[in-house]
Design a protein around this ligand. Structure first.
Ligand SMILES: *Cc1c(COP(=O)(O)O)cnc(C)c1O
Length: 236
């Protein structure tokens, strides 16, 4: 299906979930996950009104972003190695996947050097899957105030990647726990922590019902991802 039709279908899904939850669709940002898709797809999405794009590898983003429309804004959503922090700070407006104090420290250092401020979300491994990166919730609560103390990093909220499930209802508790953890972090902060990035192509309705403010959608917009040939193993 062409992108325009896919976009209409995704927007309809978001609107329907908002209606069920008594939320206003303007509270939910659609982030288009363009990983493995070319800059032409980004340009087409921008023409259709999408503005926020997600990438999960720095090398790929470094090649793609300069070829994409300047209006596009970029969120990093993959595991970030500290040695890629300099490029990530230069390329991205938001790092959604900050998963350690060491990484935040490096991002702060690079942002300082580049005289930038960076938005960040903290990635939480809610279900404790060994295959995934992200904070253990208890550890996050323990380190939260340190994470909020970086002068160049604006802490906006939390992000999670739910376990894969054919029945999206099964991951509802994961989204709910992320929201509850966000509320506990906001209590520590004594201020609101507005952003909850959760939900993808297969489970975005449930995520919206549980309070998502960003849904990250790839396949339902752009179709199946073409395989990308990588030049080195450390790109995986
Ligand atoms: C690839 C990816 C997505 C999008 O997944 P789809 O199922 O294609 O919508 C969302 N979030 C992250 C972190 C991803 O890596």
């Amino acid at each position: 299906m062409p992108l325009a039709e896919n976009l209409a279908a995704v927007q309809y899904r978001i609107a329907t979930a908002c209606e069920q939850a008594g939320r206003d669709p303007s509270e939910v940002t659609l982030l288009a996950v363009s990983k493995n898709h070319p800059a032409e797809s980004v340009a087409e999405a921008v023409r259709l009104g999408l503005t926020i794009f997600g990438e999960n590898r720095v090398q790929e983003a470094k090649a793609k972003i300069p070829l994409s429309p300047g209006r596009a804004r970029w969120h990093f959503i993959g595991h970030l190695q500290s040695n890629k922090a300099r490029d990530a700070v230069a390329l991205f407006e938001t790092i959604e996947s900050v998963d350690s104090l060491a990484l935040a420290t490096e991002l702060q250092k690079q942002a300082e050097k580049q005289a930038k401020t960076l938005k960040m979300l903290l990635e939480v491994n809610v279900a404790g899957e060994s295959s995934k990166f992200g904070w253990n919730p208890e550890r996050l609560l323990a380190e939260f105030m340190q994470l909020n103390a970086f002068s160049r990093l604006e802490l906006h909220g939390l992000m999670t990647v739910a376990p894969y499930a054919t029945d999206a209802e099964k991951v509802r508790p994961v989204f709910r726990r992320l929201r509850e953890l966000r509320d506990r972090c906001a209590d520590l902060l004594g201020a609101s922590l507005p952003v909850l990035s959760m939900g993808m192509s297969g489970d975005l309705e449930v995520a919206v019902q549980e309070g998502a403010t960003i849904v990250r959608v790839g396949t339902a917009l752009f179709g199946p991802r073409p395989k990308v040939v990588r030049e080195s193993a450390d790109e995986i």
